[in-house]
Design a protein around this ligand. Structure first.
Ligand code: HEM
Length: 203
């Protein structure tokens, strides 16, 4: 059962893309297909980022160790959907007009934050292989990958700044991110104080 978990989740993660392809094929992307496409991919990029961040808390709360085997794949899926989101913007929306992209990055704050989030995700994707983990050493690798929290914040801020009226959805993503980050911070504090007690049992 656990052997099949990873391939099953791998296929499951492709479903949003398959659904998008189906909608595009059947001409069901609404009056502004380019915008629908770009926003849909942005939504899934953020969702996968949050799902990947939820893996460690799920393991700690439920004790389900096998879930950890999904973490890297889910993080890479977040990167994959971000790449498609960026590609749809640069390729389909801007027709590879690089000077328009440069102008957008400078002038539109939400694009600046999105681009920053993307650039910070690149080193995490590049260092996701076992060879890179060995090369960096576990401690440095873990430190580097803590960047995923600021990246999540940038992703939420990017979305929040983009919406004009209804902020409920970015607010929900922000709340989920805050809970996940809060969990990790509390867990770290608890472990540190546990270690301090163990080191000084007489106190
Ligand atoms: C970690 C990186 C990123 C994440 C998580 C992300 C996520 C999102 C989300 C959730 C949305 C809103 C979708 C909706 O309305 O339902 C969005 C919109 C958008 N994003 Fe991103 N994004 C990222 C990076 C980028 C980058 C690098 C660019 C371009 C340089 C970009 C350009 C856009 C544009 C143009 C929109 C739509 C704006 C509009 O239709 O008015 N994003 N993104």
């Amino acid at each position: 059962m656990e052997r099949r978990l990873k391939p099953a989740v791998f296929l499951l993660c492709l479903l949003p893309l398959a659904w998008l392809a189906w909608r595009a094929w059947s001409g069901d992307l609404g009056v502004n297909p380019v915008e629908t496409l770009n926003r849909y991919l942005g939504d899934w990029a953020l969702r996968f980022l949050l799902i990947a961040l939820a893996v460690t808390p799920v393991r700690k709360v439920t004790g389900w160790a096998a879930v950890m085997r999904l973490r890297r794949m889910l993080g890479l899926y977040a990167f994959f959907y971000v790449c498609l989101h960026l590609a749809s913007y640069v390729g389909i929306d801007l027709f590879f007009d690089w000077s328009a992209l440069a102008k957008d990055i400078v002038k539109r704050n939400y694009i600046t934050l999105g681009m920053l989030a993307f650039l910070l995700l690149v080193p995490l994707a590049v260092t996701s292989t076992n060879a890179m983990i060995r090369r960096l050493g576990g401690r440095r690798w873990r430190r580097l990958h803590m960047l995923v929290y600021p990246i999540g914040m940038l992703g939420v801020a990017h979305y929040w700044m983009m919406v004009k009226a209804d902020i409920r959805e970015p607010m929900l993503y922000g709340a989920i991110l805050a809970v996940l980050l809060g969990f990790r911070v509390l867990d770290r504090v608890r472990r540190r104080s546990g270690a301090a007690h163990a080191a000084a049992p007489g106190r």
